[in-house]
Design a protein around this ligand. Structure first.
Ligand code: IPE
Ligand code: IPE
Ligand code: MG
Length: 250
């Protein structure tokens, strides 16, 4: 573990890491327990990942906690997840303050139960001046819905002559996404062995490095984040250029 940490190049830390926290249900089933037991045991992984990312100097960490599609899960599971969200945010607020964590959310939060909306907006408000890391929770998030909303809002502005069609570009679209205040994703991690995006940050991950691990989310620890970052640091991000151009800093 110490050796892994030493191998990490602190000058090449991804600025924005996004994580699809998957495998809670399978983790619980493997222990002969209900799926919800897995969700409850996901908190240690979230805490340890956020702490480690922050210590390494990651500026933005975005965690996929609940997708628009997850609303179609059994009501019991959805309720348990919402209650877990509420109790966790309440419990963690002093820790967020102590660790200088700014909390943010993306997604259609108006879909969440009122009590969850309330504690979420409270935590966001209280942590808004914190600086060490921005921890964004994707809640009732779907990238397609996000893009549809952006198109609606931009179209409305075009109709009202606030935006000229010719001026629509990447930046304007960015500014109309839930992530308007976040940079592009550098590294996207998915746990549990599934290799898909599941409607997460489709626009923002256009040039992200993708990292998949078989580890189930409740088992994800410091060392697993080190592995993901080490893997990321061994890749060459070319952004369409040639390897020679990258070597010559062109
Ligand atoms: C991820 O774990 C957590 C959420 C989607 C809320 P899952 O609940 O999807 O666990 P698996 O994939 O069924 O094992
Ligand atoms: C993606 O996981 C959503 C979250 C991690 C919150 P799912 O478990 O819902 O994804 P699929 O449906 O298997 O692709
Ligand atoms: Mg899953």
């Amino acid at each position: 573990m110490e050796e892994k940490l030493r191998s990490i190049n602190l000058h090449k830390i991804p600025n924005h890491i996004a994580i699809i926290m998957d495998g809670n249900g399978r983790w619980a089933k493997g222990k002969g327990m209900q799926r919800v037991f897995g969700h409850r045991n996901a908190l240690t992984a979230i805490r340890e990942t956020a702490d480690t990312a922050s210590e390494l100097g990651v500026q933005y960490l975005t965690m996929y906690a609940f997708s628009t599609e997850n609303w179609s899960r059994p009501k019991l599971e959805v309720n348990a997840l919402m209650n877990l969200l509420i109790s966790t945010l309440k419990k963690e607020l002093p820790e967020f303050m102590r660790k200088d964590v700014r909390v943010n959310s993306i997604g259609n939060v108006s879909q969440l139960p009122k009590s969850a909306q309330k504690v979420l907006s409270d935590v966001i408000e209280k942590t808004k001046n914190n600086k060490k890391i921005t921890l964004t929770f994707a809640l009732s998030y779907g990238a397609r819905e996000e893009i549809v909303n952006a198109i609606k809002n931009i179209s409305e502005k075009v109709v009202n002559n606030e935006i000229d069609i010719e001026k629509i570009n990447d930046k304007i679209i960015n500014n109309h996404l839930y992530t308007f205040n976040l940079p592009d994703v550098d590294l996207m991690i998915r746990t549990s062995g599934e290799q898909r995006i599941s409607n997460f940050l489709l626009w923002q991950a256009a040039y992200a490095e993708l990292y998949f691990t078989d580890v189930l989310w409740p088992d994800f620890r410091k060392e697993d984040l080190f592995d993901a970052i080490l893997d990321y640091q061994n890749r060459e991000r070319r952004f369409g250029k040639t390897s020679e151009q990258i070597d010559n800093n062109e």
